[in-house]
Design a protein around this ligand. Structure first.
Ligand code: ADP
Ligand code: TRP
Length: 330
């Protein structure tokens, strides 16, 4: 077992999609086989946009069921709900005091919200709550509370993890060596998975392929991937094709090579390519989907796993918080 501690979180704001899976969840699951791992459902982070408790709860179960069914190693991993860890609220408050306001002003998510307001002719801060503004501080607390070394995320979260590293550095300079400096880990070709319309796959763009969609829905979604208007005979470029960009993560090397050849040589139409993609994704996820559905029908099993995860996470969180309070307050 490696000494490095791995952690990631995902917000319960919707059904996890193939982009989440390839960008963050699979890298975490793979690492969970050989590392001490923390995986949590970031329900506190969802509160700045979601105000319906039962939806948050349902998505929380879905993400937990997903991670378990995909083979997260539960011996090495604490799988838990962010809000179950009392220490997170406390560390968040303490870290407020070492975080420069200017850092928050530079956060992409806050800037994007302001730009949207400006474009709509609204007040620059319209609809922006403090949860959104201070989002990176809570995320820093998530990362530092468990002594994290490695944070697998998609490209969009890179800045947030760098902020965590900055804030840990400010703290260490002010109060002495207290935190390790975490590192984002972003696969060279997994950080930005395209969605149905070719933009980044994201719940916010309504262009997702849900990972555990029932077969019929999965097919419908995949058939909706937008392509150019090349005829079946024309050669196609796999590197700019959303279909291939998704296929390569589910296929074996030789299947991928065959697909690339058929695209480059011409003769395979987009309809056929989509059917091949659907069949591949569907068969790779078939067993996991059955287990996912079984778990969702047995929520008490999920509750037990989350309770155990929270207990293990709190044991570490308590020690970190004591260390921080001692450094700051004596
Ligand atoms: P969304 O953008 O759909 O709301 P989240 O913000 O919940 O997704 O992302 C959860 C995790 O999945 C983060 O680590 C994020 O970087 C990663 N992720 C999300 N979309 C993609 C994508 N299209 N490609 C790669 N990683 C992604
Ligand atoms: N902000 C992440 C997202 O939107 C979710 C998240 C919260 C997270 N806390 C984290 C990711 C800590 C990695 C580490 O996807």
């Amino acid at each position: 077992m490696s000494e490095k501690i791995v952690l990631t979180g995902i917000k319960p704001t919707g059904m996890p999609h193939i982009g989440n899976y390839i960008g963050a969840l699979k890298p975490l699951i793979d690492r969970s086989k050989a590392h001490k791992t923390f995986m949590f459902i970031a329900d506190l982070h969802s509160l700045n946009t979601m105000h319906n408790a039962s939806e948050i709860k349902q998505h929380t179960y879905e993400i937990a069921a997903l991670m378990i069914s995909l083979g997260l190693d539960l011996n090495n991993t604490a799988l838990f709900r962010q809000s179950d860890i009392d220490e997170i609220y406390q560390l968040n408050t303490l870290l407020m005091n070492v975080t420069p306001k200017g850092l928050m002003n530079r956060a992409h998510s806050y800037k994007a919200a302001m730009d949207k307001n400006t474009a709509a002719g609204l007040d620059i801060d319209a609809g922006i709550n403090m949860g959104l503004y201070t989002y990176p501080i809570l995320m820093t607390a998530d990362i530092l509370l468990y002594n994290t070394d490695i944070v697998p995320v998609g490209t969009d979260q890179k800045q947030h993890v760098e902020f965590a590293r900055d804030i840990a550095g400010y703290f260490n300079t002010m109060y002495g060596q207290t935190f390790k400096l975490p590192e984002p880990v972003i696969g060279s070709d997994t950080g930005l998975i395209p969605g149905l319309d070719g933009r980044k796959m994201s719940k916010s763009y309504d262009n997702i392929i849900p990972l555990m969609a029932p077969e019929k829905e999965l097919k419908k979604k995949i058939m909706r991937i937008i392509t150019d208007s090349k005829t079946p005979e024309e050669p196609k470029d796999p590197d700019t094709s959303t279909i291939y960009q998704l296929y390569k993560f589910f296929a074996t090397e030789s299947e991928s090579a065959e697909f690339v050849k058929m695209f480059r040589d011409g003769g395979m139409g987009y309809g056929t390519a989509k059917t091949i993609l659907f069949e591949k994704v569907n068969s790779v996820l078939a067993n996991q989907r059955t287990e996912y559905e079984r778990l969702l029908a047995n929520k008490s099993e999920i509750d037990a796993i989350l309770a155990d995860g929270a207990m293990r996470a709190r044991a570490v969180a308590k020690q970190t918080l004591e260390r921080v309070k001692k450094a700051m307050l004596g």
